[in-house]
Ligand binder design. Structure first.
Ligand SMILES: Cc1cc2nc3c(=O)[nH]c(=O)nc-3n(C[C@H](O)[C@H](O)[C@H](O)COP(=O)(O)O)c2cc1C
Length: 285
């Protein structure tokens, strides 16, 4: 950055920083906070329950395979745990549709429905089985799929094709706040939260549990990817407003907040991955 640019920067006030820090810390206490008076959640008020999943908006639906026997799935659980790591360098190779279906199943798959439509039991745990997440994808290279934007429909284990996106690679780097290495992934999973799906039941206590739950999703994605020789990296540095625009989300009722690019791992490029940590060395950390 040029010296003149540096001098013209508007530095945020320390009060603003402290306010953000305090509101972030307060989130940790929210799960156990006691209401100051009578408080009923919308479920307790017997208000109608919101849908357990988002209905498709497109009529271009793609059935996903549920038979994963063609995949070479590593059954060595401890080996998978020990080999899991973040991968940021990918070959340009396509992954199979079955591999994509497997990753989606392992992260958001619906195993059964509780009651008539009270809750879904999935391959990941979730507070009160609310599962407020939706999974969107920027698919670059999956065999048999046109590249473009997609949405997972967990109830039917289908993909919904949302359309193509001009300059999708640039969009990936941009929405992940300049992390251009992600542009080479076969698929970037973007996770949104549909707040009211959880707020209906948990009201003021919702938000920390939702954040906790999102970790289960990406950890399963890490492990599932590792088990079939793929790799990825969880990303919190997501530009929410930009990504919401890409997937036509309002950012109020539903917002994208987490992402994970996945691809075929380029072990020979380990040196490139090491470059990611160059800043750590530079700073003498
Ligand atoms: C919530 C979360 C957010 C992360 N955000 C980023 C990110 O924006 N960019 C990135 O390169 N890595 C990101 N990572 C990956 C971490 O840097 C990585 O997990 C950590 O360095 C440990 O390395 P390992 O996963 O290989 O064990 C994130 C990981 C998590 C769990």
């Amino acid at each position: 950055m040029a010296q003149s640019e540096k001098e013209n920067r508007k530095i945020v006030s320390e009060a603003w920083v402290q306010e953000r820090i305090q509101s972030g810390r307060a989130l940790f206490g929210n799960a156990t906070v006691s209401p100051d008076g009578v408080y009923e959640t919308d479920q307790e008020k017997r208000l109608p329950q919101p849908p357990l999943f988002k209905a498709p908006v497109s009529d271009q639906l793609i059935d996903l395979p549920s038979d994963f026997s063609t995949l070479d799935i590593d059954g060595d659980f401890l080996g998978i745990i020990n080999r899991r790591k973040s991968h940021r360098v990918y070959t340009d190779q396509a992954i199979s549709l079955t591999a994509l279906a497997y990753l989606l199943w392992c992260t958001q798959g619906v195993k059964s429905v509780r009651g008539k439509a009270y809750a879904t039991l999935r391959t990941v745990p979730g507070g009160g089985a609310r599962h407020p997440f939706e999974c969107y994808m920027a698919i670059r290279k999956v065999e048999g799929l046109t590249s473009g934007l997609y949405h997972y429909l967990p109830m039917k284990h289908q993909l919904e094709y949302l359309g193509d996106y001009e300059e999708m690679e640039a969009m990936i780097g941009r929405t992940l706040q300049g992390q251009k290495w992600a542009e080479k992934a076969s698929v970037v999973f973007y996770y949104s939260c549909v707040f009211y799906r959880a707020e209906w039941r948990y009201g003021i206590w919702t938000h920390p549990t939702v954040l906790i739950d999102s970790g289960h999703v990406t950890e399963n994605l890490y492990l599932a990817a590792t088990s079939i020789g793929l790799g990825g990296c969880a990303i919190a540095a997501v530009d929410g407003p930009d990504t919401n625009r890409v997937f036509s989300l309002d950012g109020e009722e539903e917002t994208i907040f987490y992402a994970m690019p996945v691809g075929t791992v380029a072990e020979e490029n380990q040196a490139e991955e090491e470059a990611f940590y160059a800043f750590v060395r530079e700073q003498g950390l």
